[in-house]
Design a protein around this ligand. Structure first.
Ligand code: TXA
Ligand code: MG
Length: 327
């Protein structure tokens, strides 16, 4: 874990308008002072991220929510009491202090309180909310430990916080007058949120703006496919690595990465990106195969990441124009 003096050093970097990579329970974030447009611009440059793709703002204390949103909706406190700190992002009307670059020009902003002591301490000592996307190059596999960051980003000061325990990005919901709509699946499921707030089935977004929705994302540099795909039967397993969940499909694979000992979906989420990184880095492996799971509960969030990860590989060659397939 990062030491107090490392956190103090990182907090000063934030105050000076620089970037810091920091641990959260979901994935590592690449953070900047969310109130400083010039600092936030460095995030987009470092990640090579398109400017229309809005960032999530991280807070450590509820009393700082008013720096981020103009909303005083009482439902925020209800959700915060149940899920914060934790992997739930709320899309709310933005406050005037949040620069447009953070939200990609949208009138709304994503906000969450991460459940990691190093993140919370960095935000408190930095004295400001932190805008932070995942600390990877745009489109690539998200980092769940410090080594994953160093594969992709160089020269960014990084705070150590161990392996991310949740392992996939936060659930994102938008509050609407009638309830909520789901913008990104995560380990907090629709059902858990519905226990507090109704899902708004009538709501239609004028413009789909959550680029977590870009069909291709989380892409490994090697061919990747799912056990449910037609091509699964035809692959050369002697060159393939399996991301194994049930333990029942492991025969003949050159390498197996078990993501769970007892077929537990939370373990799959926790270990998925690490398994993808490990197989991407293994020179003996040319194809990554991931075991599919039912689209329910956490399985929905896992399948969402897997479908985006294999999206570019549906043909034989990797499509580079995946941005055009935004849905
Ligand atoms: O778990 C997480 O959420 C991680 C950690 C670092 O907190 N962060 C993360 O950030 O996943 P990122 O940049 O990979 O995802 C941000 C996504 C955008 O791509 C978009 O889908 C959604 O959040 N988003 C942000 N602001 C939004 C807004 N105003 N309206 C709709 N969607 C928004
Ligand atoms: Mg990301």
């Amino acid at each position: 874990m990062a030491t107090p003096s490392e956190i103090a050093f990182a907090a000063q970097l934030i105050k000076d308008g620089n970037l810091v990579a920091f641990p959260t329970e979901t994935v590592y974030g690449l953070g900047a002072n969310a109130l400083d447009a010039q600092a936030v611009a460095k995030i987009f440059a470092t990640k090579e991220r398109p400017a229309f793709n809005p960032l999530i703002v991280h807070i450590a204390d509820l009393q700082n929510l008013n720096q981020v949103t103009s909303s005083t909706d009482p439902r925020i406190a209800l959700l915060a009491a149940k899920f914060w700190p934790g992997p739930l992002t709320l899309i709310l009307p933005k406050s005037e202090t949040i620069p447009d670059i953070v939200t990609g020009g949208l009138p709304t902003v994503g906000v969450r309180m991460p459940d990691h002591p190093v993140a919370l301490e960095l935000i408190r000592q930095g004295g400001t909310p932190l805008a932070a996307p995942s600390a990877n190059k745009f489109g690539r596999i998200s980092p769940t430990n410090v080594a994953h960051i160093h594969k992709q980003l160089h020269d960014v000061y990084t705070l150590e916080g161990g392996n991310s325990t949740v392992g996939i990005e936060s659930t994102i919901i938008k509050l609407t007058p009638k309830g909520f709509v789901m913008l990104r699946n995560g380990v907090i499921s629709v059902e858990e949120i519905e226990a507090i707030l109704p899902m708004d089935k009538s709501y239609k977004e004028e413009r789909i703006i959550a680029p977590g929705m870009i069909k291709s994302h989380y892409s490994p540099l090697k061919k990747m496919l799912l056990t449910s795909s037609d091509s699964f039967a035809k692959i050369d397993k002697s060159k393939a690595g399996l991301i194994s969940f049930s333990g029942q499909l492991e025969q003949h694979f050159a390498r197996i990465v078990r993501v769970s000992e007892h077929a537990n979906l939370a373990d799959y989420a926790c270990n998925l990106f690490k398994a993808m990184h490990d197989l991407e880095d293994d020179p003996e492996i040319s194809i990554i195969v991931a075991e599919t799971v039912p689209d329910e509960g956490i399985g929905r969030a896992i399948m969402d990441r897997l479908r985006r990860a294999v999206h570019d590989w549906n043909g034989e060659t990797r499509q580079t124009d995946s941005l055009q397939s935004t849905n």
